[in-house]
Design a protein around this ligand. Structure first.
Ligand SMILES: NC(=O)c1ccc[n+]([C@@H]2O[C@H](COP(=O)([O-])OP(=O)(O)OC[C@H]3O[C@@H](n4cnc5c(N)ncnc54)[C@H](OP(=O)(O)O)[C@@H]3O)[C@@H](O)[C@H]2O)c1
Length: 252
C-alpha cells in the first residue's frame, strides 16, 4: 500500500505516518523541515515501512501538484492524507491580519490541498480506487474574528471536500473531511486559549486512520465538537457574534 502524507514532519501528520508504518507499506512523507521529516522517517522504517521524504513548501501549490503527480507516476498512491496546515491567529492589539499572512494561510490550507486532492482523485478515479483525507478544522464552523483567514480557509476546504467527494464517489474514490477540535501539537501549543477536550496527536491519528478505512464522509474529533454545528444553529446570530468576539485566542 502506497500512502502520501503531507504535514508529516510534526503533530497530526507525523502521528498518522507512525500509525500507518508497517511492513508492506510505502510512505511518502512531506513537510518543510527535512531534519524533523528524517526523524519521523527513521521511526517509520523501524516499524517496517519503506519511506521516501519530500521537503517542500506547499505554498507553491503548482510545485506541490507537480511533485505529487511525479511521485504517483513512480508508485501510484492508494491513500493520501493531506494534513499540512498553517495556523493563524492575529496578535494582541492587531485589528486585522497581515495581508501577506492571509495569502499564505489560504495557499497552504486551501489552494494546495485542494489542488493536490483534485489531481490525485482524478488519477485514483482512472485506476478505480483510492482514499483521500483532507484535514480541516472545527474553526470552519464559525467566522472567527481572531483568525478570519484560518477559519475561511478551513471552511473553503470543507466545501471543496464535499464537492470533490460527490464528483468521484461513483469511481471508487472516497474523500474524508476531518474536522479536529483541539489536538495537542506544536500548532495548538502555540495558541493561548482554553483548549476544551484536548486530545493527543496519536489519538487523533487513530481516529483519522479508522475514518479513512471506513470511508467516512466527515469525522469531527473529539466527538464533543460534533455538537458545535447544532449549538450554532440553535443560538441566535447576535448572541453567537457576541460569544465569538469574547473568545480569547492569541499567539503564545
Ligand atoms: N492541533 C490542532 O488543535 C488542530 C485543530 C484543528 C485543525 N488542525 C489542523 O491539523 C493539521 C495538522 O496540524 P498540527 O496540529 O499537526 O500542526 P503542526 O504540528 O504545526 O504541523 C503542521 C504541519 O504542516 C506542515 N506545513 C505547514 N506549512 C507548510 C508549508 N508551507 N509547506 C509544507 N508543509 C507545511 C508543517 O511542516 P514543517 O513543520 O516541516 O514546516 C507540519 O508538518 C493542520 O491542517 C491544522 O490546521 C489542527
Amino acid at each position: 500500500m502506497a500512502i502520501l502524507i503531507t504535514g508529516a514532519s510534526s503533530g497530526i501528520g507525523a502521528a498518522v505516518a507512525l500509525r500507518y508504518a508497517a511492513p508492506g507499506v510505502s510512505l511518502s512523507l512531506w513537510g518543510r523541515d527535512a531534519a524533523r521529516l528524517a526523524a519521523v522517517a527513521t521511526r517509520a522504517r523501524e516499524a517496517g515501512a519503506s519511506v521516501a521524504i519530500v521537503a517542500v513548501d506547499i505554498a507553491d501549490s503548482a510545485e506541490a501538484v507537480r511533485l505529487a503527480e511525479a511521485a504517483d507516476d513512480a508508485e501510484p498512491f492508494d491513500v493520501a492524507i493531506l494534513a499540512a496546515g498553517r495556523g493563524g491567529v492575529r496578535a494582541a492589539g492587531q485589528l486585522t491580519e497581515d495581508a501577506g499572512e492571509v495569502v499564505l494561510i489560504t495557499a497552504v490550507n486551501l489552494a494546495a490541498p485542494a489542488a493536490m486532492a483534485s489531481a490525485l482523485a482524478g488519477r485514483m478515479a482512472a485506476r478505480g480506487s483510492g482514499r483521500i483525507a483532507l484535514i480541516g478544522s472545527t474553526a470552519a464552523f464559525f467566522p472567527l474574528p481572531q483568525a478570519p483567514a484560518y477559519s475561511a480557509s478551513k471552511a473553503g476546504l470543507a466545501v471543496f471536500a464535499s464537492a470533490l467527494r460527490l464528483a468521484v464517489q461513483s469511481r471508487g474514490v472516497s474523500i474524508t473531511l476531518v474536522s479536529p477540535g483541539f489536538v495537542d501539537t506544536p500548532m495548538s501549543q502555540g495558541l493561548h486559549t482554553a483548549k476544551p477536550f484536548l486530545i493527543s496527536a496519536d489519538k487523533a491519528a487513530g481516529l483519522i486512520v479508522a475514518a479513512v478505512q471506513r470511508q467516512t464522509r466527515h469525522v469531527i474529533l473529539p466527538w464533543q465538537f460534533a455538537l458545535l454545528p447544532l449549538i450554532s444553529w440553535l443560538v441566535p446570530v447576535f448572541l453567537r457574534d457576541r460569544i465569538l468576539l469574547r473568545l480569547d485566542a492569541r499567539p503564545m
